[in-house]
Ligand binder design. Structure first.
Ligand code: C2E
Ligand code: CA
Ligand code: CA
Length: 748
């Protein structure tokens, strides 16, 4: 849409030929000044024109805000049906008189609606209400933009005279004034409302800081009142902000540019607050100096919340130490510093409490947490200013010692750590607790080239410290790396062995203590690897660590159960003991699948009913230490099948004997270490006590590791039930076992 003429070039001609009397002007102006509604002013303008030009029907239409449509303004003498029909009509170069006038920004005179091409679409509509000619004048705003149209209709075909044209021009001018006045007062009202209600402080000052205006929020945020307000001194109000920010702010606004950023504000009562500040610089038309609009929000709460979130993301809530991701970030920083040559490297100590699980299980999490916080405090007491301590989770702590890789210095720190942590802990519950720390140490760049390797090295060192007795620290060594690589190789080799059937079972007879008759055999797995037989102690731990033990365990049970059936088929009444890894009991699911796999295998290889009563499962003492209802249930289920449960390596665990009565256990196998030295009085007493307790609990006792006459004599004295050991038989290959049994007539 083009505005062909603007108000400015068109105003003088109107004033020269004013067609409306001063009195009529006065009426309209009074209405404008008294802020009458736009509708009533437009109405009055139309009426005024109609009075002046008898027979005419005036119409004012308003252009929509998007500049596309004409909307009802005032047309009191024209039929409602017509007004409603054209309300909302889209403007265009050939849309009637008004649609075209608004579109073109030009006066459009249609003398005969019946014949004019602009009216093709609306002809019937207008003729039906008796409108035959229509002259339309665009209404312009102060900027020359079209605001609407003023039109005069007649009920006859008619051409305008010069004074008619002057009249509609003047009417359009008045209507323009009325519309603009309405718009600007509405805008002002709106601005005033926003200004006074917005939650941001708004302050307008001149170049000298004289306050020209301030909204209520300004006084709220500043905790001051209007009466206290003199000049606004940003140097004072924001004086606590970083000086670099202030310098930039003043430099910007002095040169006439705006500024936005966060500052620290000072309220009238001297309390500080975080402010999000926006300064707009402007010049009034007749001013040579700048004025400033300061808008700022009090973001103290938001900032505090952000700080808390930031803190939570980086620090462990219990100990307030750096958490795992944050500590790793710090390690990366140290690595970068070292790579840039700004540091000679650093040491990393990975720490783990030795018996924390027990503390947690026995005292509960709350007291466990108390221990952890105290441990953290004690570790902190050993640190230098630059050292960074973190909690990686659970009872795992880690320490970065920047710029220090000398082993003697690090050893000293680690020794101190071992010492402070192992002292007694006093808890709020007045309970006293002890714990110990194992630590693994790795250095950058000596041991590792990146974060992952560093963690790995420290982990291996920690593992080694734990393995060699706990409460100590180990430095990472090449040998550890070699061991770790060997373990990894072992995993792969074991997996292959399972696929290639490289395992075999040997069977060690267990004899009755009285007649030394073979009653039972224990299945012991062997791995035929590179032509040699590997003993289980070398690969079972790796199979457990990799989870392969599940598959291996099944294979062992399947083979052992088949052998049991073969023995039975030969008429040999021999029981079969099978070792089950603790790993297969470590979750409810695993316990479930252990039981069902035994049942399924039994049904598969002996559909008439597998002799489960000839099976004994050997589990280790450590399993019973974590008292758990589910384990009792699982063991009872096995027992219901007829299977016996034996506790292997008895006496090597930490546990007390008292829990034995809680579990459905039938046999105890006293560990071979108890009879190694028959002259050891303490051990002898222990064996006596274990046998006595077993009798009281109605348990059978097996002693393993009997190699000599002396040991046999010792064992006989103790009145155990069964004996296993090299003195009678070593573990035998299956074929050999069958031969041995065939030669021993007692077993038939
Ligand atoms: P264990 O269950 O305590 O088995 C007894 C171990 O003591 C066997 O070692 C056996 O050869 C050895 N032994 C028997 N009598 C004597 C003796 O008079 N003197 C000495 N010095 N040793 C004797 P092996 O076969 O090397 O097995 C070691 C361990 O590996 C077993 O200890 C058991 O914990 C585990 N293991 C063996 N087979 C399996 C299996 O199929 N599954 C699982 N999960 N573990 C198994
Ligand atoms: Ca065993
Ligand atoms: Ca054993």
């Amino acid at each position: 849409m083009n505005a062909h003429s603007t108000k400015n070039e068109y105003l003088p001609s109107l004033i020269k030929t004013s067609a409306i009397s001063a009195k009529r002007y006065a009426t309209i102006l009074t209405m404008l000044l008294s802020e009458s509604s736009l509708k009533s002013v437009l109405h009055a303008i139309v009426r005024l024109i109609e009075e002046k030009n008898f027979g005419s029907k005036g119409s004012i239409l308003l252009l929509s805000a998007d500049g596309k449509r004409l909307l009802k303004g005032a047309a009191p003498s024209i039929a409602d049906s017509y007004n409603s029909a054209i309300h909302g009509i889209e403007i265009g170069p050939k849309v009637g008189s008004c649609g075209a006038a608004a579109f073109l920004g030009q006066r459009v005179i249609v003398e005969d609606i019946a014949t004019h091409e602009n009216w093709t679409l609306f002809r019937e509509l207008s003729l039906a209400v008796g409108l035959k000619s229509c002259w339309s004048e665009p209404i312009f705003g102060a900027e020359g933009d079209v605001l609407g149209t003023f039109a005069m209709y007649y009920d006859e075909v008619k051409s305008p005279r010069a004074d008619d044209l002057a009249l509609i021009s003047e009417a359009a001018l008045l209507a323009g004034l009325a519309i603009e006045r309405d718009r600007s007062s509405r805008f002002q009202r709106l601005c005033g409302g926003i200004f006074s209600q917005m939650p941001l402080a708004l302050l307008i000052t001149d170049a000298k800081g004289t306050v020209l205006d301030a909204n209520p929020s300004f006084f709220d945020i500043m905790r001051s009142s209007k009466s206290e307000l003199a000049a606004f001194e940003p140097h004072h109000v924001f004086g606590q902000s970083p000086s670099i920010d202030l310098a930039r702010l003043f430099e910007q606004i002095k040169s006439g540019h705006g500024w936005q950023g966060e500052l620290i504000g000072r309220r009238a009562d001297n309390e500080s607050f975080n402010a999000d500040v926006n300064v707009t610089v402007f010049k009034e038309a007749d001013d040579s100096e700048y004025s400033y609009a300061w808008i700022f929000a009090d973001i103290t709460e938001r900032k505090t919340a952000a700080d808390i979130i930031h803190h939570q993301a980086k620090f462990d809530p219990l100990t307030e130490l750096a958490n795992r991701p944050h500590l790793f970030e710090k390690i990366e920083q140290q690595i970068n510093l070292s790579k840039l040559g700004s540091s000679a490297g650093f040491s990393f100590i990975l720490m783990d409490l030795d018996n924390f699980k027990q503390i947690n299980d026995s005292l509960g999490h709350e007291l466990g947490d108390q221990v952890l916080t105290q441990v953290a405090d004690r570790i902190k007491s050993c640190l230098g200013e630059q050292d960074i301590l973190g909690r990686l989770g659970g009872d795992e702590f880690a320490l970065i010692i920047p710029d220090e890789v000398r082993p003697e210095v690090i050893s000293n720190i680690a020794m101190q750590l071992n010492e402070v942590v192992s002292k007694e802990y006093q808890l709020h519950s007045h309970q006293r607790v002890f714990t110990q720390l194992s630590a693994g140490i790795a250095c950058f760049p000596q041991d590792a080239g990146n974060l992952e390797q560093l963690l790995n090295c420290a982990d291996q060192a920690l593992f080694s410290a734990k393995k060699s007795g706990r409460n100590q620290f180990h430095f990472f060594t090449e040998q550890m790396q070699l061991d770790a690589e060997r373990t990894a190789e072992l995993y792969n080799a074991l997996k292959l062995a399972l696929d290639n059937n490289a395992f075999e079972l040997h069977y060690q007879p267990i004899v009755c203590a009285k007649q030394h008759k073979i009653l039972h055999v224990e299945a012991l797995v062997r791995w035929r690897h590179e032509g040699k037989l590997v003993r289980p102690d070398e690969f079972i731990p790796a199979a457990e660590a990799s989870g392969l033990i599940i598959e291996l365990g099944r294979w062992v049970r399947f083979e052992a159960m088949k052998t049991l059936l073969e023995l039975e088929a030969l008429g040999l009444d021999i029981g079969m003991s099978i070792n089950v890894s603790t790993f297969e009991f470590c979750s409810h699911d695993l316990q479930g699948s252990l039981i069902s796999s035994i049942v399924d295998m039994g049904n598969e290889i002996c559909p008439n009913g597998f002799p489960f009563h000839k099976l004994t499962l050997e589990i280790t003492e450590s399993l019973l230490m974590n008292e758990q209802v589910h384990l009792i249930k699982s063991l009872s289920q096995l027992q219901e099948l007829g299977i016996r449960i034996a506790i292997d390596d008895f006496g090597t665990g930490y546990s007390s004997l008292s829990y034995l009565s809680d579990f459905p256990v039938e046999i105890i196998k006293i560990d071979k270490s108890f009879i190694r030295d028959v002259n050891d009085k303490k051990q002898a007493t222990l064996v006596t006590a274990i046998v006595a307790l077993s009798r009281a609990l109605n348990l059978k006792v097996t002693v393993e590791g009997v190699e000599s006459h002396l040991q046999l004599a010792f064992v006989n004295e103790k009145e155990v039930d069964f004996i296993q050991g090299y003195f009678f038989h070593k573990p035998l290959e299956k074929q050999t076992l069958f031969e041995v049994l065939a030669q021993s007539p007692d077993t038939n």
